[in-house]
Design a protein around this ligand. Sequence first.
Ligand SMILES: *[C@@H]1O[C@H](CO)[C@@H](O)[C@H](O)[C@H]1NC(C)=O
Ligand SMILES: *[C@@H]1O[C@H](CO)[C@@H](O)[C@H](O)[C@H]1NC(C)=O
Ligand SMILES: *[C@@H]1O[C@H](CO)[C@@H](O)[C@H](O)[C@H]1NC(C)=O
Ligand SMILES: *[C@@H]1O[C@H](CO)[C@@H](O)[C@H](O)[C@H]1NC(C)=O
Ligand SMILES: *[C@@H]1O[C@H](CO)[C@@H](O)[C@H](O)[C@H]1NC(C)=O
Ligand SMILES: *[C@@H]1O[C@H](CO)[C@@H](O)[C@H](O)[C@H]1NC(C)=O
Ligand SMILES: *[C@@H]1O[C@H](CO)[C@@H](O)[C@H](O)[C@H]1NC(C)=O
Ligand SMILES: *[C@@H]1O[C@H](CO)[C@@H](O)[C@H](O)[C@H]1NC(C)=O
Ligand SMILES: *[C@@H]1O[C@H](CO)[C@@H](O)[C@H](O)[C@H]1NC(C)=O
Ligand SMILES: *[C@@H]1O[C@H](CO)[C@@H](O)[C@H](O)[C@H]1NC(C)=O
Ligand SMILES: *[C@@H]1O[C@H](CO)[C@@H](O)[C@H](O)[C@H]1NC(C)=O
Ligand SMILES: *[C@@H]1O[C@H](CO)[C@@H](O)[C@H](O)[C@H]1NC(C)=O
Length: 444
Amino acid sequence: MFITAFVAVALLQASIVWSSAFDDAGVIAPGGRPSERPNHAIAPYKTGKPLVPSPERNKTCIIQSHGNGLDDSDHILSAIHECNPGGHVVFQKNQTYTVGTALDLTFLRSIDLDIQGTIVFSNDTDYWQANSFNQTFQNATTFFQLGGSDVNVYGGGTLDGNGQVWYDLYAEDIYILRPILFGTIGLHGGRIEDLNLRYSPQWYNLVANSSNVVFSNIDIAGGSRSKNPAKNTDGWDTYRSSHIVIQNSHIDNGDDCVSFKPNSTDIVVQNLICNGSHGISVGSLGQYIGEVDIVKNIYVYNITLSNATSGARIKVWPGISSALSGDLQGGGGSGAVSNITYDGMKISNVDYAIEITQCYGQKNRTLCEQFPSNLTISSVNLRNFYGKTSEKYDPLVGSLICSSPSVCGNITISDVNVTSPSGTNLYECGNIDGIDKMVDCMEK
Ligand SMILES: *[C@@H]1O[C@H](CO)[C@@H](O)[C@H](O)[C@H]1NC(C)=O
Ligand SMILES: *[C@@H]1O[C@H](CO)[C@@H](O)[C@H](O)[C@H]1NC(C)=O
Ligand SMILES: *[C@@H]1O[C@H](CO)[C@@H](O)[C@H](O)[C@H]1NC(C)=O
Ligand SMILES: *[C@@H]1O[C@H](CO)[C@@H](O)[C@H](O)[C@H]1NC(C)=O
Ligand SMILES: *[C@@H]1O[C@H](CO)[C@@H](O)[C@H](O)[C@H]1NC(C)=O
Ligand SMILES: *[C@@H]1O[C@H](CO)[C@@H](O)[C@H](O)[C@H]1NC(C)=O
Ligand SMILES: *[C@@H]1O[C@H](CO)[C@@H](O)[C@H](O)[C@H]1NC(C)=O
Ligand SMILES: *[C@@H]1O[C@H](CO)[C@@H](O)[C@H](O)[C@H]1NC(C)=O
Ligand SMILES: *[C@@H]1O[C@H](CO)[C@@H](O)[C@H](O)[C@H]1NC(C)=O
Ligand SMILES: *[C@@H]1O[C@H](CO)[C@@H](O)[C@H](O)[C@H]1NC(C)=O
Ligand SMILES: *[C@@H]1O[C@H](CO)[C@@H](O)[C@H](O)[C@H]1NC(C)=O
Ligand SMILES: *[C@@H]1O[C@H](CO)[C@@H](O)[C@H](O)[C@H]1NC(C)=O
């Protein structure tokens, strides 16, 4: 039955290409059967720019794996070249593909990558440090870079970053370059759906120089099995990108669930479940002197967030250079955060439900106020929050600190029904005009 169904599907395709050969017995494994495109609805919010239609593919390329942990990059690359443009590439179900080579996939055009099996990145930390792709932002590097136009990635399979070796190495040396698992770099028009992302060395997703990309039904999880924590494992970071949707996903991680980095505009984040994160964050911004960072038109809707340091967070560096840690320092950059909406957030065991800081990385408030941020914050709407914070800052449930009212304002907070374990709902407030009319600010 399986084979018959497969042949029926095959006849509908113009041609089928195997990256190497049929299996040893000359039989088409059922794992090579192409899956249907999921095309999850983008709902309830959209970015205002519809995706261009993605035509049916006219060719299928099925990737064989060498097995035994050998590098499958040659098979993967030849299948992709064979099927680009216009084809459907299958990573077979029940197969594990090892990737030990940095793959530049920025040439993709009208192609579907159907990942039904598992892709594991090799644990050769020396190789990856020398060869993963430098993305010019915060020393970010990626295992691969996927870009081009009209690209769909789906299939229900898994990408595994083999993070443990990296978590242990980072504990010895914070300056190592840990690759990001999934690099969406220069992709214009695409959907990335129905995938499991596991054990990323650091961020799970970087979306840079991209537009019109939808992420839907992505399951992110992983953690350290040693005493060394899996650090900086953001779910998504967007950078120099617009019209991006991130939705219907489950994220279990140890840093920002989603973070909007410089020049992220017209982004919708909806229907996420985040556990263990640092919340949904704008920033950090203003890190680099001479740089202009813009984050605007962001809509964050219907987020369930637990066991986190923050729910909604905006982090902007002050006008003076500051150091948060050896490998994270900055301040003095300019730009603007504007038209940001957080609508609907259910929290539990979160340290601060809402955290706005324009003094990021600078513990000395006096110094921060002396050098107000060159990056303004305006038109921020926070509404429909409910749940309980953690004990950490009790009686506080949030912190709203700007560097000066002249560079930060028009923030509205409404229908926030969040309490601390002791039943209070107090905020630490500073330099935001009118904030005490919207929330209860703790007396200094
Ligand atoms: C995958 O493996 C499972 C369990 O080993 C098996 O039941 C299933 O039939 C396999 N699927 C394919 C498509 O080979
Ligand atoms: C398949 O589609 C691609 C992209 O649309 C096109 O360039 C190519 O000519 C098509 N091939 C066949 C065999 O139809
Ligand atoms: C790296 O992977 C290889 C082959 O998969 C394995 O033999 C080796 O033990 C791994 N090294 C570490 C440090 O995990
Ligand atoms: C990326 O930058 C690092 C550190 O500067 C360097 O070691 C590495 O070779 C670079 N990678 C590539 C692919 O250029
Ligand atoms: C980038 O790496 C360099 C060299 O290791 C380090 O000095 C710098 O602090 C890092 N910058 C960031 C933003 O991580
Ligand atoms: C909110 O998101 C959850 C998934 O986290 C989903 O089950 C629910 O239907 C969404 N609610 C609305 C009103 O969109
Ligand atoms: C962000 O966009 C602004 C305006 O288009 C531009 O001037 C600036 O250089 C960009 N910044 C970054 C970090 O790309
Ligand atoms: C604010 O952003 C929303 C999307 O989040 C957009 O619909 C609206 O047009 C933007 N408003 C302005 C004034 O740009
Ligand atoms: C929050 O953390 C606790 C303790 O680790 C865990 O039992 C619980 O399942 C977590 N909550 C969610 C929603 O994952
Ligand atoms: C904070 O900065 C102010 C102004 O520069 C300075 O007077 C004060 O000593 C600093 N406080 C600490 C604790 O460093
Ligand atoms: C940044 O802000 C500081 C303090 O407010 C100011 O001295 C400096 O000139 C500003 N820099 C730029 C590039 O605007
Ligand atoms: C707040 O909005 C008003 C009216 O749009 C504007 O004049 C003012 O400059 C804004 N304040 C800030 C800090 O952006």
